[in-house]
Design a protein around this ligand. Structure first.
Ligand code: GLY
Length: 351
C-alpha cells in the first residue's frame, strides 16, 4: 500500500492507494467518524459495479447505509441533480455527524463534495475515486463544484475530504479510452514537476504501466498534495496544475464537450502550448517532441482540428482571466514549469 498525506493543519488527511481497498473502507471510515449514517453517492455506471461492496463494508462497521445514485455523465453535474441529493440526504435524516462517501469519477466527487460542503453547512465526506483522472486529480485538493449552463464548475467551494481511498483494482472495469484520458493528467505531472515520472512513462508504455500504477498514482498525488499544501486556495502556484488546460478547455468547449474528453483535450493543449513556447525560446529544444511521442504512446491526440482563431477566442473567454491578462503555464524543460502572465492581444503567440 502507498500512502500520501496532505498536510493542511486541522484539515490534514491521508490518501491510501492499494489493491482491493473497497471491501475494507468501512472500518477505516469508522475510525474517522462517529456518525450513524453513511451515505454513498454514486452514478448509474459505478453504483451497480461497486456500491454493494462499499455498503457491506460500511454496514459491518456499524453504519446505517443509504445509497444515492444519479445518471452517469457530465450533463448530470448541475444544480438540479445537486438538489435531488440534498433532498435524499434530508429524507434519510442525515445529521452533521454523519458522513458522505463519494464513489465514482470526477463528476461524482465534485458534486458529492459540494453537497457535503453545503448540506447542514458542511458534513464529513470521503472520496473513493474510480477513474484514473479522479484518482490523480479531482479527488485530491478539495475543489468541489457543479456546472451552470454558462460554464463548467461555476458554483463550488474549497472543501477537503477526510480521506481518499484509491482502489487500483477498479480500473480493470474502466473503458480503455478513459484509462488513457487519465494518463494525460499523469503525463502532465511528469511535465510540470517530475522528470523521473516522465521517464518511467516513456520506458514502460501502456502495456507495462498497470504494474506500476500504485507507484505512478502515488507520485501524482504527492505532487498535487505538496502544491495544494502551499496554495490551497489556488491563488498562485496551484495554477501549474492547469498546464495544457487553458487550450484544453477551449477545445472541449469548441466541440460542446462531446468530441474530446478532458484528458484528450489537455493532451492537445500541452503539445500545442509547448510547441509555441519552444518556438518562442522559453522551452528547451526537443521538449515538444518528447511530449508528443509520450502522448502518442498513450493513444492521446496531438491536434483537435480547430483553427487558431477559434482557440484564441475560447481562450479569451477562459474563467482564469483577470482584466486583460491571462496566466498560462509553460515548461522550461520536462519537470520544470513556470507561470507567465500574458496580455490578451498576445494569445495567438501561444497557440
Ligand atoms: N484540478 C486542478 C486543481 O485541483 O487545482
Amino acid at each position: 500500500m502507498e500512502t500520501v498525506t496532505v498536510n493542511l493543519g486541522k484539515k490534514t488527511y491521508t490518501i491510501e492507494i492499494a489493491f482491493n481497498l473497497l471491501s475494507s473502507v468501512g472500518p477505516k471510515i469508522r475510525a474517522l467518524s462517529k456518525g450513524e449514517i453513511a451515505v454513498i453517492v454514486t452514478d448509474s455506471n459505478v453504483g451497480p459495479l461497486y456500491a454493494k461492496t462499499v455498503e457491506a463494508s460500511l454496514k459491518a462497521a456499524g453504519f446505517k447505509v443509504e445509497i444515492i445514485t444519479f445518471a452517469a455523465g457530465e450533463q448530470s453535474k448541475n444544480l438540479h441533480t445537486l438538489s435531488t441529493i440534498y433532498a435524499a440526504l434530508a429524507k434519510a435524516g442525515v445529521t452533521r455527524s454523519d458522513v458522505l462517501v463519494a464513489l465514482g469519477g470526477g463528476v461524482t466527487g465534485d458534486m458529492a463534495g459540494l453537497a457535503a460542503a453545503t448540506f447542514l453547512r458542511g458534513i464529513d465526506f470521503v472520496q473513493i475515486p474510480t477513474t484514473v483522472l479522479a484518482m490523480v486529480d479531482s479527488s485530491v485538493g478539495g475543489k468541489v463544484a457543479v456546472d451552470l449552463p454558462e460554464g463548467k464548475n461555476l458554483v463550488g467551494a474549497f472543501y477537503q475530504p477526510k480521506a481518499v481511498y484509491i482502489d487500483i483494482e477498479v480500473l480493470q472495469t474502466l473503458d480503455p479510452r478513459f484509462f488513457y484520458d487519465g494518463m494525460s493528467e499523469v503525463i502532465k505531472y511528469g511535465c510540470i514537476n517530475d522528470p523521473a515520472l516522465f521517464e518511467l512513462l516513456e520506458k514502460t508504455g501502456p502495456k507495462q504501466v498497470p504494474q506500476y500504477l500504485a507507484v505512478i498514482i502515488a507520485a501524482c498525488c504527492n505532487i498535487k498534495a505538496r502544491i495544494v499544501e502551499r496554495d490551497e486556495f489556488d491563488t498562485g502556484e496551484r495554477m501549474v496544475l492547469n498546464f495544457g488546460h487553458t487550450l484544453g478547455h477551449a477545445i472541449e468547449k469548441a466541440y460542446n464537450y462531446n468530441k474530446y474528453s478532458h484528458g484528450e483535450a489537455v493532451a492537445v493543449g500541452m503539445a500545442t502550448i509547448t510547441a509555441a513556447s519552444e518556438k518562442a525560446g522559453f522551452t528547451k529544444a526537443g521538449t515538444t517532441e518528447r511530449i508528443k511521442e509520450l502522448l502518442t504512446l498513450y493513444h492521446l491526440p496531438l491536434e483537435a482540428g480547430i483553427t487558431e482563431e477559434q482557440m484564441a477566442d475560447a481562450v479569451r473567454l477562459d474563467k482564469k482571466k483577470k482584466g486583460h491578462e491571462l496566466t498560462i503555464v509553460l515548461l522550461k524543460e520536462i519537470g520544470t514549469s513556470f507561470l507567465k502572465k500574458i496580455d490578451f492581444k498576445d494569445v495567438n503567440k501561444y497557440i
